[in-house]
Design a protein around this ligand. Structure first.
Ligand code: GAR
Length: 212
């Protein structure tokens, strides 16, 4: 059994990893800004994509924005060592993956056990990996949603923190479904981060309990 985030510091330092437009990053920035999430600061936003719009969002809010080019390293482990250096430079305690389209490898996971969160736009364990909305529509499920989970060494397999359901409508396209799911993502991701920072998440094996 392990209690998460038992550090006694006043503010938890967050690094957000992104690859794209960063609407979840924006929701987190807004929730810190309006004090729904207290005692947290986003120290750095890191992208593996040079022109990710999320980097612009970070800069607009005075947050350091860094592009690390995976192509500049011989292998994944080299890239992850560099990532670890940057994370350490910013005294990162919590890593938040927000539309980061790369698998986090052993190097980072073992350094940040139960301190990496991810959001995925399906009700896991259904439709892991890429093209989630296409997978959802092709399978014909009537309910989908989104999942926030701790990151482990599998792909989208870590212990589940929160989920939210969204109906799949008959005339849904990938865009319309994605839009409705995103509205829920922007609620449950900030809430999960808040619970983490308040030390209210307890992990026992696969089971995450929310402490009162
Ligand atoms: C979100 O829908 C997120 O759930 C998904 O990428 C989108 C990023 O949007 N993540 C994954 O599919 C990870 N497997 P955003 O850049 O606007 O936050």
């Amino acid at each position: 059994m392990s209690n998460i985030n038992t550090n006694n510091k006043t503010k938890t330092n967050i690094a957000v990893l992104v690859s794209g437009r960063g609407s979840n990053l924006q929701a987190i920035i807004d929730n810190i800004g309006n004090k729904n999430i207290e005692n947290a600061t986003i120290k750095v936003v890191i992208s593996d994509v040079a022109d990710a719009y999320a980097l612009e969002r970070a800069k607009k809010h005075g947050i350091d924005a860094i592009f690390i080019d995976p192509a500049g390293f011989e292998d994944v482990s080299g890239y992850e060592q560099e990532l670890l250096k940057v994370l350490a430079n910013y005294d990162t305690e919590l890593i938040v993956l927000a539309g980061y389209m790369r698998i986090v490898g052993k190097v980072v996971i073992s350094a940040y056990k139960n301190c990496i969160l991810n959001i995925h736009p399906t009700l896991l364990p259904s439709f892991k990996g890429l093209h989630s909305h296409k997978q959802t529509l092709n399978y014909g499920v009537k309910v989908s949603g989104c999942t926030v989970h701790f990151v482990d060494e599998g792909m989208d397999t870590g212990p589940i923190i929160l989920q939210s359901c969204v109906p799949v409508l008959e005339n849904d396209t990938e865009d319309s479904l994605s839009e409705r799911i995103l509205e829920q993502e922007h609620k449950i991701y900030p809430l999960s981060i808040k619970l983490f920072i308040e030390g209210k998440l307890k992990v026992e094996g696969r089971i995450v309990s929310v402490l009162k």
